[in-house]
Design a protein around this ligand. Structure first.
Ligand code: SF4
Length: 421
């Protein structure tokens, strides 16, 4: 195997029609992670429908997201959308005293009419400080994919964090609670402290940041956040992402080295969960071993997942498509992927469909919009979006992660056997 794996592999760059959800989708998981936050999308009826159908209807709890719909008069620039925004925020502020952080979320329509939500956020923060913070980010679908909503949100928050000189670890990325608790527990057992998290559960426990902060990303799509944290003086711990036994161990080891954790202690803390993870992945390995996989660009998890599937599950990657390739963030995972697959960035969906039809992979990882047509053509698919809604990070989830890929392959084999019988 090439010592640098795919790190320096040529990249096929494509710009054409794309099939992805927009960044508003990330509000669904972000609002669960920030329990005193409200996400106010400034957009159209389409944006409202997307949020409503993706999030479902909240019957028992008051929702913590909503859409301020720009009417045709706003779009034509006839009405003062800024005044309307101020009125809506005042109403929300009076009605929802539990809300401490308001996110003004831009959309395609607000960007097209160049509604300055950054200025609105500054004005409203001045008006309501210090107990109510207003932050702006974009969830627009123009040239973005759905995980970039989280990236833009965390990057905007990073700019506003208070300053500290303390030596500390910051974990950046909105993880499901179960995965986050496991990471914090493992780090605590190794004596890594203090550890803060972005995004924090509430405004009151928002992390501080400064030149003695080191940070590790838990999600590979946080390029803008990475750059924002670096601008604040923090140092990035580069590592493969914590998917599977190998990725989790490499991620933890990079942090442990940055905090001078005794290697024997590291081994003692990780030994049992590593064994459990290997055992759990072995079941899926039996099914996935030798199978080929093709990734369409969608969640931006594609590169670390390809590393996990090829190295821990014995799969063969044909193409690894990613919407955006941030070389520095992706390098530790790319290095571990054996040279061979096409690495592609961006999308020209028709050309990529031609390639997947020619390759006929055993498993195609793609967005919802492509999955059904490809299934109808006899290809087995996995919806990429499931990977951000399911706990898949760290040791105890390694088996579940592998299972997400082995289940469709097993189903296909069972169907083939039924047809043959
Ligand atoms: S932000 Fe753009 S892509 Fe997303 S729902 Fe609204 S109009 Fe559609």
């Amino acid at each position: 195997m090439n010592a640098m794996g795919c790190r320096d592999a040529p990249v096929l760059r494509e710009r054409g029609q794309r099939e992805v959800f927009c960044g508003l989708t990330s509000i669904i998981w972000l609002h669960r992670k920030m329990q005193d936050a409200f996400f106010l999308v400034v957009g159209s009826r389409t944006c409202a429908h997307l949020l409503q159908s993706a999030a479902g209807v909240m019957i028992f709890a008051e929702p913590r997201f909503g859409t301020l719909i720009l009417e045709e008069t706003d779009l034509a620039g006839l009405a003062d959308a800024q005044q309307e925004l101020d009125r809506e925020v005042a109403k929300l502020r009076a009605r929802r005293t539990d809300i401490r952080r308001l996110f003004l979320v831009g959309s395609c329509p607000s960007e097209v009419i160049k509604l300055d939500l950054g200025k609105a956020a500054e004005r409203l923060t001045r008006q309501y400080a210090p107990h109510f913070q207003v932050i702006n980010f974009s969830g627009s679908g123009i040239e973005t994919t759905f995980t970039q909503g989280e990236d833009s949100c965390l990057a905007a928050m990073a700019e506003e964090l208070p300053e500290t000189d303390s030596r500390q670890l910051l974990l950046a990325g909105a993880l499901p609670d179960v995965a986050q608790h496991q990471a914090l527990d493992l780090l605590q057992q190794m004596g890594v402290s203090p550890v803060t998290v972005l995004p924090s559960l509430s405004a009151a426990d928002a992390p501080s940041i400064g030149k003695n902060t080191v940070f590790a990303l838990t999600q590979p799509f946080l390029a803008e956040t990475h750059d924002a944290l670096r601008r604040r003086g923090a140092h990035h711990i580069a590592a493969p992402f914590p998917f599977g036994e190998e990725g989790t161990t490499a991620w933890l080891r990079a942090i442990a080295q940055a905090f001078s954790v005794d290697p024997d202690l590291f081994d003692r803390v990780t030994e049992a969960p590593r064994r459990r993870a290997r055992r759990a992945v072995a079941k899926a390995h039996e099914i996935l071993h030798g199978q080929s996989v093709f990734f369409f660009p969608d969640s931006q998890l594609e590169i670390p997942l390809a590393r996990f599937l090829t190295r821990e599950c014995g799969m063969r990657a044909i193409e690894i498509g990613t919407p955006y390739l941030h070389r520095e963030i992706a390098a530790p995972d790319l290095e571990l992927i054996e040279a061979g697959p096409v690495i592609s960035e961006g999308q020209d969906v028709d050309r990529q469909l031609d390639r997947v039809r020619a390759a006929r992979p055993d498993l195609t990882v793609c967005g919802l919009g492509l999955a059904n047509p490809l299934e109808a053509e006899g290809l087995t698919t996995k919806w990429a979006i499931e990977l951000v809604f399911t706990p898949v990070h760290f040791y105890e989830q390694a088996g579940d992660l592998a299972g997400l890929f082995s289940r469709p392959v097993r189903r296909r084999t069972a169907l083939q056997q039924m047809r043959a019988a």
